[in-house]
Design a protein around this ligand. Structure first.
Ligand SMILES: CC(C)=CCC/C(C)=C/CC/C(C)=C/COP(=O)(O)OP(=O)(O)O
Ligand SMILES: [Zn+2]
Length: 424
């Protein structure tokens, strides 16, 4: 694969050299291809060429564990994203098949308890206003920890009330009180509602139609209607639609064409949007679309033409990019060569690697592990991005509890909105 890539690289370079007017974008692309080519060439000359690339599991575990205990100084800007840092770390560890020790789990649970607000939802830290993004991160982290104590932190009544207060008349969601409305808010709301079994029909009335206004002419989804398609937003839109059982609304052929074309033909990793650079985190935001697309197509009439063996992207090329170009020598994974490691990229590169390693449907599980068999990661749930076992256990637990009663004040508000828009 690496040999082939080197030939392709010469080709690509000629292609760019021939262009009369290089642009900032084409110059940046050539630079990235050069740095990636150097790493692929280097790998051919080392032991890794014979034995295959190695996932530096222990280094990544040490990097994550250390950061979970004491937050490095440079992370202070992320003080409003503490539940995110926790989720990224515990999910990355889960993919590496590491469970938190009891005392580590107890600290995390206690910290997240202090991030939850009496009026519902979780803030970015203790005493901070609730926000849908850290709410999603906190719920996912607690689900991954997976003990009764962790589950019971989540106040499902106030969480449902909070989701109602973020809902707009059109069925979209604000990220926080007075904040922006976008497709991330919709996904975070749908994901936590489904996982904790607080979903009701009214809470997400018209939400699928709002999501569909974000599918762009290119096929991917944008953050808000009419904007540019991007992998992060596309994952949010598709996962939310599927969790709401409304995937039939999606125009899947254009989405598939768009998603397939985001895998970079030289680097092997994904870009987030047309004409932009490869980035390790899109291994999940884009790579994670394929299992969802596969499950949608399986339910359609021409399902027999679907592969029973592989996702519709080059699974080995993605793993090579991640193993050879995205592992930081001191632990942690990165966006692209030359970038520093962080928890976000460590989480989403590993999440994407897990998707690329495992082809799983209801009845089939095939593995495509590039490099050593010990590189294998655990399976992640395609809609929530927590371990499959953790998602199943949480669903079982929360589905044994009653769905909280819809709060009358929200229903009255909804009726009033309908009246004023002439819908009823
Ligand atoms: C659940 C949740 C909160 C999901 C987040 C989804 C996500 C990653 C959205 C990405 C948003 C975006 C337009 C990034 C562009 O960044 P850029 O211009 O720096 O990068 P690019 O050049 O690669 O597009
Ligand atoms: Zn990134």
């Amino acid at each position: 694969m690496a040999t082939l890539r080197c030939m392709q690289f010469d080709h690509a370079k000629e292609r760019f050299d021939d262009e009369k007017l290089p642009t900032v974008t084409s110059d940046e692309q050539v630079k990235v291809e050069c740095s990636v080519a150097a790493l692929y060439n280097f790998a051919r000359t080392t032991n890794e060429a014979l034995k295959g690339p190695l996932l530096h599991r222990e280094r990544h575990i040490a990097y994550l564990k250390k950061g979970l205990v004491d937050l490095p100084e440079g992370f202070t800007v992320l003080d409003a994203s503490r539940p995110w840092l926790i989720y990224w770390a515990v999910h990355a560890l889960e993919l590496l098949d590491v469970r938190l020790e009891d005392d580590e789990a107890a600290k995390v649970i206690d910290f997240l308890r202090h991030c939850q607000n009496p009026s519902g939802g979780f803030g970015g830290g203790p005493g901070q206003y609730s926000h849908l993004a850290p709410t999603y991160a906190a719920v996912n982290a607690l689900v991954i920890i997976g003990t009764k104590e962790a589950y019971q932190i989540i106040n499902r009544d106030t969480l449902q009330d909070y989701l109602w207060s973020m809902r707009t008349a059109e069925g979209a969601f604000l990220m926080h009180e007075g904040g922006e409305i976008d497709i991330r808010g919709v996904y975070c709301a749908v994901s936590v509602a489904r996982l904790t079994n607080i979903c009701t029909e009214q809470l997400f009335e018209n939400t699928p139609h709002w999501i569909m206004r974000c599918q762009s002419y290119e096929g991917g989804f944008s953050g808000t209607p009419g904007m540019e398609a991007h992998g992060g937003y596309t994952f949010c839109g598709l996962a939310a639609l599927t969790l709401l059982h409304a995937h039939h609304l999606c125009h899947t052929p254009t989405l598939l064409k768009w998603a397939i074309n985001r895998q970079m033909r030289f680097e092997g990793g994904f870009q987030g949007r047309t004409n932009k650079l490869v980035d390790g985190c899109y291994s999940f935001w884009q790579g994670g679309l394929f299992p969802v697309i596969h499950s949608i197509l399986t339910q359609e009439s021409n399902a027999e033409s679907l592969s029973n063996e592989r996702w519709m992207f080059q699974q080995e090329a993605l793993q090579e990019y991640l193993l050879l170009c995205c592992q930081h020598p001191r632990g942690g994974l990165i966006d692209k060569p030359g970038k520093p490691p962080d928890f976000y990229h460590t989480c989403y590169t590993l999440s994407g690697m897990s998707v690329a390693q495992h082809f799983t449907t209801k009845d089939i599980h095939k593995k495509y592990i590039v490099g050593k068999p010990a590189n294998e990661l655990t399976l992640s749930h395609p809609f929530y991005n927590v371990g499959v076992e953790a998602a199943v256990a949480a669903t079982e637990y929360f589905c044994s509890l009653p769905v909280p009663q819809v709060i009358a004040k929200h229903l009255a508000k909804m009726e009033k909105e309908k009246e004023s828009s002439g819908q009823s």
